[in-house]
Design a protein around this ligand. Structure first.
Ligand code: CO8
Length: 258
């Protein structure tokens, strides 16, 4: 399918999806989110793809949901279309690992989209924020819930209530991002992380994703049981035999997703 608002490249087992509405700082409109959902589904189903990178431009990952598209909508329209509901669920349904490579603005829905990914690598010029309060609204695709889990109540309240931006250093310090790198090496760093992930057993990667995400959904006791059972279940795979044999034979494992 030909996309107009995103650019998709698949190379060396990594699908890179670049948000591409430069005229609007990659503001998320229905078309872009629809295309993103489609591209993510394709990547999830493509056997050649073992990791996904979601990125934007040097100036903006995404400056939020598209204010022009939303400004005249009524409650009934928003409610009846479940505005951005299906699109955001499409992102969180992806089973393969997704890295958000964020440079510049990740605001509102842009910050929320980055948080839907599995981890965030930030360029040193990245700025995160939930400035919806300035528009008389609030976050709508996970900001109040996910940012709070990442950075805690006090900082989340601060961000949502004042609408201030957080720079990359503060984002790393508070646990929102996994690493900060010089802006010029952002894609190299993300590709390096994706290449490492692509070498692993895909089943083990998917289990990591399911298990870590359960930590946000369940009690510690349930989560520990789920993790232990998932660990046990990987002993049904050839990749477990190969991984452990390779260690003992002091060679690199050749995982085959079996
Ligand atoms: N929507 C639409 N257009 C945008 C957006 C946006 N979110 N952000 C920037 N643009 C456009 C500008 O209108 C401008 O277009 P034009 O040249 O035609 O006037 C162009 O992008 C460049 O922007 P600026 O000239 O403003 O660039 P600056 O460098 O001066 O400023 C900022 C950059 C600080 C990022 C500024 O653009 C800004 O504040 N943007 C809005 C940020 C914002 O408020 N984001 C939150 C939006 S609401 C939201 O995300 C809700 C998510 C939940 C939806 C849930 C549904 C259930």
């Amino acid at each position: 399918m030909a996309f107009e608002t995103i650019i998709v490249e698949v190379e060396d087992h990594v699908a890179t999806i670049k948000l591409n509405r430069p005229e609007a700082l990659n503001a998320l409109n229905s078309q872009l989110l629809g295309e993103l959902a489609e591209a993510l589904k394709d990547a999830d189903q493509n056997e050649k793809v073992r990791c996904i990178i979601l990125t934007g431009s040097a100036k903006a990952f995404a400056a939020g949901a598209d204010i022009k598209e939303m400004s005249e909508k009524t409650f009934v329209e928003m409610f009846m279309s479940d505005f951005f509901g299906a699109e955001s669920e499409a992102v969180t349904k992806v089973r393969k690992p997704i890295i958000a490579a964020v440079a510049g603005y990740a605001l509102g829905g842009g910050c929320e989209l980055a948080m839907m990914c599995d981890f965030i690598i930030a360029a040193d010029n990245a700025k995160f924020g939930q400035p919806e309060i300035n528009l008389g609204v609030v976050a709508g695709i996970g900001g109040t819930q996910r940012l709070t889990r990442f950075v805690g109540k006090s900082k989340s309240m601060d961000m949502h209530l004042t609408g201030r931006f957080m720079d990359a250093e503060e984002a790393e310090r508070s646990g929102l991002v996994s690493r900060v790198v010089p802006a010029k090496s952002l894609m190299e760093e993300a590709q390096g992380a994706a290449a490492k992930i692509a070498e692993k057993s895909m089943m083990a990667s998917m289990v990591v994703k399911e298990a870590v995400n359960r930590a946000y959904e369940t009690t510690l006791a349930e989560g520990l049981l789920i993790e232990r059972r998932m660990f046990h279940s990987l002993f049904a795979t050839e990749d477990q035999k190969e991984g452990m044999a390779a260690f003992l034979e002091k060679r690199t494992a050749q995982f085959r997703d079996k």
